[in-house]
Design a protein around this ligand. Structure first.
Ligand code: ZN
Length: 234
């Protein structure tokens, strides 16, 4: 293998690392965002459940207020009933009181049902709140780890990019230009011949292509199928 190809392979090694590091520097903030969004969604769901619980508790309270007011009304009606003179008026008021007592019964039945559901909701909300608190701790830890990782990736990227710059020294301009142009389209740009096949696409290569790849000084021989530069590793 020629010195130029050896040097270009070192550059390619850097390019593959740079590609991976750049991908990580894009992916890590996205992962962070999606994790934060997931937590916010869970917090939102818990807040909604909490609001529904408050609403159900208020409904129970309203029923209690209504029952109390009807009971007070009944007391007043009973006092008035004592003062009534006609039997018909007495009976009419008894009927009115009975209707109100039935209404109380009805409301108290409703209250019992609502109290049961408040109990269930309350249990669920308290469990959800505990889950959220656990999830928050985990997410905060994960975000810290990702922030550190992102800093490392960015620092590593600066190092590898500088190293690539150094490695290109001594490579003829034309060879570097051809490699760079290929690297923009294919990754990796240069692949070895492996047992008579292309190391990029695995297709069998004609004997003359392998022969030319062995002899070349700068990358010029390409795979007939995937178009990558070929090199002979031995
Ligand atoms: Zn190929």
């Amino acid at each position: 293998m020629s010195e130029i190809i050896k040097k270009l392979l070192d550059v390619q090694e850097c390019d593959l690392q740079i590609k991976d590091l750049r991908k990580q520097s894009i992916d890590l903030p996205l992962q962070k965002q999606s994790e934060e969004a997931r937590l916010l969604k869970h917090i939102g769901q818990t807040n909604q459940a909490d609001d529904a619980l408050k609403h159900a508790k208020a409904e129970v309270q309203n029923i209690e207020i209504e029952v109390k007011s009807i009971k007070e009304h009944i007391v007043k009606l009973k006092q008035q009933q004592m003062l009534l003179k006609s039997n018909d008026e007495f009976k009419a008021m008894s009927h009115q009181i009975e209707t109100l007592e039935k209404k109380i019964q009805n409301l108290e039945d409703q209250e019992l049902v609502k109290m049961d559901s408040v109990e269930v909701m309350s249990k669920n909300v308290s469990e959800q709140k505990k889950d959220i608190s656990r999830e928050k701790t985990i997410v905060e830890e994960e975000l810290k780890i990702w922030d550190t990782k992102l800093k490392e990736v960015k620092a590593q990227l600066v190092i590898v990019e500088a190293r690539r710059e150094e490695l290109t020294v001594g490579i003829p301009d034309e060879a570097l230009r051809l490699y760079n142009r290929m690297a923009e389209r294919k990754s990796p740009a240069m692949v070895p011949v492996v047992d008579g096949t292309c190391g990029g696409c695995n297709m069998s290569l004609p004997a003359y292509v392998i022969y030319d790849a062995k002899k070349q000084e700068t990358p010029t021989v390409t795979c007939n199928f995937c178009g990558r530069f070929l090199y002979e590793s031995c």
